[in-house]
Design a protein around this ligand. Structure first.
Ligand code: WT7
Length: 651
């Protein structure tokens, strides 16, 4: 938990009520809170029926008889791709689904009709390869249109997909593919990143040496790179779809059938396969997308600048916006390529009206300087959003003042891979915002801040965030590990969902999320477990022992700080420092590369041998060292602190 969060709370008194003009046309209204308060199951059931098209309408709402294995709308039947595509075609097939912008500057405009045709052709292609309802399909791609097409095609034929972020390594693909026993892998030859090609297919080739369940690998020709194609196993996407029909019967899915698995980090080295099902997930995605972003489908151009490899992209680039017949921008590359004005040039060009990004990006924009957004006409914007980590009030104010316009509501949205959709956020047009606060739980969601015993804390105090009632888009379990599902989320406080975040509730009942309370770091809005990085480090020959903590970082929120003891004959050097950082990148992905590694003869340990990460965090954040009296080797702490200081001076 960061101290700055608590400090901010004490200082922050600014309050920004919605403008009269915004409030008068807002999609979400205050009476939704009252409706949901009276009957939260009734509220969600109404949303499910009004926002989705069902082949068979559900008569059941929430079933809590087998808690925490809750179900929602369990006798309902529907198809997700049908909801995202088919039902819009009669009236709105010509409408643009995606303005896609490639990193090198190429663009594609894709209407709902075109998207539907591509999805159906690819779905037929998948069926021709023997993919059936229930088969798992792994997807490892860059941000190209074929990515949402692949996801929607899977949902059309009832094959759960599992998207693996394109920044992950071959080893990470192996772990995830094997955990779920995926039958098929979809990838690209490569992905553009800052003008160079990330070799996605090569990574898949390495991975497929260790994934016996994969029968075929489908490859999109994105970068025209040289790749090896193994005959019989590997198939070009364009060849697979060439002769396929644009008609494909959607599979009739039960509301509780699995839609996707998405892996996320927990407190152990093994990522958790978070399971989302069909009816409840889509209800949550569509409802929150419409209400939180105040979607006006006829006029808005909406841009969620996340990667589809994370849950944000699943819910708010693919499933929410398409269900709501929205026009989106989808961008392939990074915000600073070819220059730091790239995003703002896209906002101007497409008249983007709603923009959603992460605090780490906003802090980067701040650092780069106002001249980049100032050079563009951003007056089309009318609502801004943030997600992924606590936003410091200074960044919030900068976002408002420089991306703006100043009367545009800012929605700070708290949620998780596990929650499937936004849980805590202002309702624009209703909620007065405070910079740095995600404000209050949305209609139909019940949140509380509790002490260690599970009692609600009084207004003005801090504790642990909890969600006290089930919600439709909640995870159903961890793939293959019901026990871990129960112990991670439902055991700390029986009957209540425990997300793992600390929070404060202020005198007005506003929630201030303070960050993780477990051994999970938040790097640029993405969750990385300390254990995962530690086990990557100790898998290197030179490393005897490793401890990893999240150090406070101005740009990325937290940065990975590693402390390593070496095996007998190995000696510390700058080369080894680099080699270990790269080793972690190979094992997990570049996102998990430690920012710093400190070599030390020993790690601070309790007499029972437990590593005291708290002290390492103090060292990393240059704080006064906490209590060392319970340590078996107190003298080591000062030695490490000196070393950290020396290393910093060197940088
Ligand atoms: C963790 C979930 C769901 C989107 C991306 C991250 C942190 C998320 C906020 C916010 C403060 C936030 C929490 C949460 N987080 N949004 N608005 N304010 N913290 O998904 O990888 O599943 O991580 O991100 O710590 O538990 P994720």
């Amino acid at each position: 938990m960061t101290d700055s969060g608590i400090e901010n709370l004490l200082k922050e008194e600014r309050l920004f009520p919605p403008s009269q003009a915004f409030a008068s046309t807002a999609t979400g209204t205050a009476d939704l809170y009252e409706e949901a308060e009276r009957d939260f199951v009734g509220y969600w059931t109404r949303q499910a029926k009004e926002r989705l098209t069902w082949f068979k309408e559900p008569t059941e709402g929430l079933d809590d008889s087998n808690a925490p294995f809750f179900t929602w709308f369990a006798d309902g039947e529907l198809n997700i791709s049908y909801n995202c595509l088919d039902r819009h075609l009669d009236q709105g097939g010509d409408k643009i689904a995606y303005h896609w912008v490639g990193e090198p500057g190429d663009t594609r405009t894709i209407t709902y009709q075109e998207l539907s045709d591509e999805v159906n052709k690819f779905a037929n292609g998948l069926r021709s390869l023997g993919v059936e309802k229930g088969d798992r399909v792994a997807i490892y791609m860059g941000m190209v249109p074929e990515l949402p097409i692949a996801m929607l095609a899977c949902s059309r034929i009832g094959a759960p997909h599992s998207v693996i972020f394109g920044g992950f390594s071959a080893d990470s693909i192996v772990d995830r593919v094997n955990d779920q026993g995926a039958k098929l892998l979809i990838t690209c030859d490569g992905a553009w990143r800052r003008g160079t090609v990330v070799p996605l297919k090569d990574n898949c080739d390495t991975a497929m040496e260790g994934t016996p369940s994969i029968e075929h690998c489908i490859v999109v020709d994105r970068t025209h790179s040289d790749v090896s194609m193994e005959q019989g196993r590997d198939i070009w996407w364009h060849e697979l779809v060439a002769d396929q029909s644009t008609d494909c019967d959607p599979e009739v899915m039960n509301a509780e059938d699995l839609l996707y698995i998405l892996y996320t980090s927990g407190t152990t080295a093994k990522p958790k396969g978070i399971m989302h099902t069909t009816g409840g997930y889509l209800t949550g995605a569509a409802t929150t997308h419409a209400l939180v972003f105040d979607i006006k489908p006829d006029t808005d151009v909406y841009w969620c600048a996340a990667d589809i490899g994370w849950v944000t992209g699943h819910t708010y680039i693919v499933y929410g916006p398409l269900t709501n017949h929205t026009t989106s921008v989808m961008y392939e590359g990074t915000p600073d390529f070819p220059d730091k004005d790239r995003l703002w040039s896209i906002v101007e060009e497409y008249n983007v009206s709603i923009f959603y990004t992460a605090p780490t990006a906003i802090r980067a924009f701040m650092k780069w300087g106002v001249e980049f957004p100032d050079g563009y006409d951003l007056s089309s914007l009318r609502l801004l959003g943030t997600v992924g980590e606590p936003i410091n009030p200074a960044a919030w104010m900068w976002y408002r003042d420089h991306i703006g316009p100043v009367d545009a509501p800012i929605v700070d949205t708290w949620w998780q891979t596990e929650t499937g959709c936004i849980m805590i956020s202002p309702l624009p047009g209703v909620t007065a915002t405070k910079p740095g606060s995600a404000t209050k739980a949305l209609p139909g969601i019940s949140a509380d801040v509790v002490d260690i015993e599970g009692n609600s804390v009084p207004l003005g105090s801090g504790g642990f965030l909890t969600i006290t009632k089930p919600w439709p888009s909640m995870l159903r379990s961890i793939y293959g590990d019901d026990e871990r599902y129960v112990s991670t989320y439902w055991s700390r406080y029986p009957g209540v969902y425990f997300p793992g975040d600390g929070a404060k509730i202020d005198e007005d009942g506003y929630l201030w999320i303070l960050g993780r309370v477990d051994d999970v770091m938040n790097i640029s809005g993405h969750r990385i477990s300390t254990m995962e990085v530690e086990s990557a480090l100790v898998s290197h020959d030179a490393v005897a022992e490793a401890a990893v903590v999240g150090a406070t970082d101005d740009l990325t929120g937290q940065a990975i700080a590693a402390f390593v003891t070496l095996r007998g004959t190995f000696e510390e050097s700058d080369d080894l420092h680099e080699e270990l950082r790269n080793h972690v990148a190979t094992k997990i992905g570049a996102i998990a590369k430690p920012k710093s590694i400190i070599f030390t003869p020993d790690l601070p340990k309790t007499r029972s041998g437990k590593i005291m990460r708290r002290l390492l965090r103090d060292i990393s954040d240059h704080r006064t060292l906490g209590d060392v009296t319970t340590l078996a080797n107190a003298e080591i702490v000062q030695a490490i602190a000196d070393q950290a200081e020396a290393q910093q001076a060197k940088e």
